[in-house]
Structures are given as C-alpha cells and as structure tokens.
Ligand binder design. Structure first.
Ligand code: BTN
Length: 255
C-alpha cells in the first residue's frame, strides 16, 4: 500500500474543481492530485444540484483517488471524506460538527459542508474524484439557502484562514485514506463515522427516495456504509441513496 502524496494546484476561478480533477485524471494525472479554487462558477452538488461557490467564501477542493480495494466498497470514500472534514475543522479551529448520512457536515442542523464523489474513467483504470465544499464565511448565500446553510465564520465569530483549514484537511485525508486501506480499515472507518454522527442510530428521520418518502429511525450502518432504517411499520430497510432529513419523533405520527 503506497502512502497518499497530495499535490495541490491552486486556481483563482474554475467552473468546478471536480471537473478540473476529472479532466486531468482522464489525461492520466496521478493519485493525490488536489485542486483548490477561490471561486467556482459551475460548482456541482449531489443529485444534479448546483453548489453556490462565491469568491473567497469557501474552501472548494477536489482530490483524485485511485483506490485499490473492491469497488463495492467505494461508497466508503464519501463516509471517509465526512470524517476527514469533521476532524479537520476540529483540529484547525476546535469546531465541533455533526455528520448527516452519508456525508453532509452540519452545525445546529444547518449545512456547513457538502461532499461529492464521482467516478471517472482514466487510462490507468477507474478512479474517484472526491470534492469537498466547506462554507467558510456566509459570502452571499442566496435567500433560499439562508435557513438551511451555515458557515465557519458565523459559528465561530471569527474568520477562518482557508490555508489552515486546507492543511488540516489534507493531513486528515492522508491518515484516513491510509486507515481505509488497512485490513479491517473499513470497519474502523465506520466506527469513526458512527462516533461523529448523531444520525448513526436512534435518529428519527425522513428519507426522500425519488417519489417515495420513508419515515423511520436510524439503526446503524452496513459494512459498505449503507444506512439501516427501521420504518414506522417495523420493517428494516437499507438505504444506499437518498436525501435524509431529521424530524421530531412526534412528526412520525402526523406525516
Ligand atoms: C452536496 O451537494 O452536498 C455536495 C457539494 C459538493 C461541492 C464541492 S465544492 C468542490 C467540489 N467541486 C464541485 O463542483 N463540487 C464539489
């Protein structure tokens, strides 16, 4: 197992750091290539959503990974990224965050960071681009985001230094990527995720699965990172994709 060696390229403005890393990967770039931009003009979020990326208001970061473990376990990379961000914010600024399955980073139930992992075909085989967007200051959240989003500066009442957060992020990435590749590393990673997430077990949630909405209580993770939910009628379901939102326990009766 070779150690991850991050190599960081910085840009003033890009459409999307994920897109930049994906096109460099397709041209043969090595594992560890990192791209950071001060702004993104076409930042991408999960489920075809846009990721609003105002200039100098966030850390917009992507890394190229070429995991050597079974592809069925690649979903663990997004859980890993969530643990990485959690620890980077704690280590750099003492900021305590929560993880919402699979990989949103929250403070007071508001979103502070999103993670988007995408696969890309390259001359050296299939690879993964892990994109991380951390709201560092409120910049100019559009009105529709104000109620749902938060940022490090608003929480800490102190403007964070993007380079300090970046350094902590890269350090944390190197060590958790190494952990994930060890024998038994997947289980250890899931344990780390569970310890950092109030969503792991006993959380009352609703899950949007396309047209269907499921109500239930979280009951831990499968070994590939899927979320187990006990539905209100007592069925155990396994969720591999979908939008999870916390609800009050009493909402189960009325929804
Ligand atoms: C989400 O919807 O929660 C995922 C958001 C991921 C945003 C980051 S910002 C850096 C990287 N480049 C992108 O275009 N998206 C990711």
């Amino acid at each position: 197992m070779s150690k991850l060696v991050p190599q960081i390229l910085r840009f003033e403005s890009l459409p999307s750091t994920n897109e930049e890393v994906a096109s460099r990967a397709a041209a043969g770039a090595p594992e560890g290539l990192c791209v950071v931009a001060a702004e993104q003009t076409a930042g991408r979020g999960r489920m075809q959503r846009a990721w609003i990326s105002p200039k100098n208001a966030g850390l917009y970061f992507s890394i190229l990974l070429r995991p050597q473990f079974a592809q069925e376990n690649w979903p663990l990379l997004t859980l890993m990224a969530a643990v990485v961000v959690h620890d980077a914010l704690l280590n750099s600024y003492g900021l305590q965050t929560d993880i919402k399955w699979p990989n949103d980073i929250l403070v007071n139930e508001k979103k502070l960071c999103g993670i988007l992992a995408e696969t890309v075909e390259t001359p050296h085989g299939r690879a993964v681009v892990v994109g991380i967007g951390i709201n560092l200051s409120s910049g100019s959240f559009p009105v529709e985001l104000v109620a749902m989003a938060t940022d490090v500066e608003s929480v800490l009442k102190q403007r964070p230094d993007v380079e300090i957060v970046l350094q902590a992020l890269v350090n944390s990435l190197v060590s958790y990527y190494q952990l994930l590749q060890l024998s038994g590393g997947a289980d250890q990673l899931i344990k780390k995720w569970r310890e950092r997430s109030s969503y792991a077990t006993g959380k009352h949630v609703k899950v949007a699965l396309g047209e269907e909405t499921l109500l239930g209580v979280t009951r831990g993770l499968e070994s590939d990172g899927a979320l187990r939910i006990e539905t209100t009628n007592g069925e155990l379901k396994t969720i591999r994709a979908g939008d999870v939102a916390a609800v009050r326990a009493s909402d189960h009766e009325v929804l």
